[in-house]
Design a protein around this ligand. Structure first.
Ligand SMILES: Cc1cc2nc3c(=O)[nH]c(=O)nc-3n(C[C@H](O)[C@H](O)[C@H](O)COP(=O)(O)O)c2cc1C
Length: 464
């Protein structure tokens, strides 16, 4: 259907120029609207798609009602807006990672392989999952401004971060419980990170220890921190990460207010397995605190093995005072993950934080309905070039990476895409996802005439 046209039958939708559908209202099948609809149908590709031909349409326009209802029903069904549920994955027939054309190709394969409750954990956002969609739509608000006739035969996509050089600015973000998606979990991801030389951040609630992840990566891995209700334990976790060789700690601050994950619970209810290997605490409940229930720590090696010391209970939820304490407790770099405003970015700089992740936890923290790429410019402004700013949430294309870099990101992070690769094909799948994103990013860079990350500026994008 041509963009901007309306379908005049039943529910009336308009396909907007930005590629979205908007609901205009309900139109009954009265005679004038029927004729209008048929006239519209005559000029539409829906005609062919519905298997209708000109002769039939002529008969319909003459008023021959016999086949009319059936034709209208088919055409009406075809004219409905595409469903956009978070859990709907497009069909893909890839049998090997090499067949994938884009990262989306891995999603349906992973979904087939992963138990339904675990899929729910991966796919869920918060409330109605709208912030997952917002993260994606944020990229549509920007268009590229390609430049021509610049020599792009030599491209440098490398990034230097805290003294380490990586070949791309694409970071493997922390995702918990990866053995829920593949038997090797984080080990397979770390091996892929090694093969492709990507920065990897390991979750506190990983199913692999920080020591084993660093061994599989064959080099440093950053450690993501969920604080514990006892500072004595948190401190031991930080010290352990440092001893293991992590150069940076990423304190996640976007779940401190809890999170309501309905999709996760709905999917878990469909699962007939008793998943006691993973969970001791029973089925997930509404309201995720971000803290891990002690009973669930059996398969969370980063949460076990600490010395019993005199507990130092936290009073309330963490504030900037906690960030100061964290900074003082380690010589590792300390980054905050989940910052989405200029105000908090400024405060972070004032408190000596070493870097930021602009993140809403992939739409699974608060249901802000604000894309992280929309928050990015103000965080960059707040950070004022003093500390690196990494942006994550909804990155699926090399052009997404390019747009964020043009808006001032130092690097970008991915979550679900590499887990689709993992769930579909293990380490090979993760490598393929990283390779595809890098290739797409390189094309975007070349098409923009930018041969290094520093050359990518806001002059290369424009509001769409
Ligand atoms: C299944 C899942 C588990 C996650 N676990 C963590 C975690 O343990 N710690 C954390 O800081 N972020 C976690 N995240 C958030 C990711 O680090 C990242 O912010 C998010 O996935 C980026 O959005 P994307 O999935 O659209 O790429 C998780 C995300 C998903 C999808």
């Amino acid at each position: 259907m041509e963009r901007g046209k309306e379908c005049l039958a039943g529910n009336v939708w308009r396909w907007t120029t930005s590629g979205d559908w908007c609901f205009l209202g309900y139109m009954p099948f009265d005679e004038p609207s029927r004729r209008q609809f048929l006239a519209f149908l005559a000029s539409s590709p829906l005609l062919a798609a519905a298997g209708l031909d000109d002769t039939l349409l002529t008969r319909l326009l003459r008023g021959d009602r016999q086949p009319d209802d059936a034709a209208l029903r088919i055409a009406h069904a075809l004219a409905q807006p595409p469903a956009k549920p978070v859990l709907a994955a497009a069909a893909s027939d890839i049998r090997t990672p090499a067949e994938a054309l884009d990262v989306f190709d891995f999603e349906p394969v992973a979904r087939q392989n992963i138990p339904v409750a675990h899929w729910g954990y991966l796919a869920t956002g918060s409330d109605d999952d709208a912030t997952i969609q917002a993260n994606r739509q944020g990229f549509d608000r920007w268009a590229l401004k390609p430049r021509r006739l610049i020599d792009v035969s030599r491209l440098d996509t490398s990034l230097s971060l805290f003294g380490t050089r990586y070949p791309t600015p694409i970071v493997i973000n922390p995702v918990g419980s990866q053995k829920a998606f593949h038997p090797l979990g984080e080990v397979a991801v770390a091996r892929a990170a090694k093969a492709k030389d990507h920065l990897m951040v390991l979750s506190t609630v990983a199913t692999t220890s920080i020591e084993d992840a660093i061994a599989a990566r064959g080099g440093p891995v950053w450690f993501q921190l969920y604080h514990q209700s006892d500072w004595a334990i948190t401190k031991q976790m930080v010290q352990r990460a440092e001893r293991a060789g992590a150069p940076a700690i990423v304190f996640t601050v976007d779940l401190l207010g809890g999170s309501n994950r309905e999709t996760m619970i709905r999917e878990a209810r469909k699962d007939t397995r008793t998943c006691t290997k993973c969970h001791l605490g029973g089925a997930p409940l509404p309201g995720i605190s971000g803290r891990v229930d002690d009973r669930d720590n059996r398969r969370k090696p980063n949460l076990v093995g600490y010395q019993k010391a005199t507990p130092i209970p936290e009073v309330g939820t963490p504030t900037w005072e906690f960030v100061d304490r964290l900074k003082q407790s380690t010589s590792m770099k300390v980054l905050l993950k989940g910052i989405v405003t200029a105000e908090d970015a400024q405060l972070a700089v004032q408190h000596g934080v070493d870097g930021l992740f602009v993140s809403n936890h992939g739409g699974r923290a608060e249901n802000s309905r604000r894309a992280t790429v929309t928050s990015l410019p103000e965080v960059v402004l707040g950070a004022a070039g003093r500390i690196p700013v990494i942006c994550d949430g909804g990155f699926r294309r090399g052009t997404d990476v390019f747009k964020a870099m043009a808006l001032g990101a130092t690097a970008i992070g991915i979550g679900r895409p590499y887990i689709w690769g993992l769930g579909a094909f293990g380490q090979e799948g993760v490598e393929a996802v990283l390779g595809i994103l890098r290739r797409e990013f390189e094309v975007a860079m070349k098409q923009s005439g930018t041969t290094s990350l520093a050359a990518i500026t806001n002059r290369h994008i424009t509001p769409a």
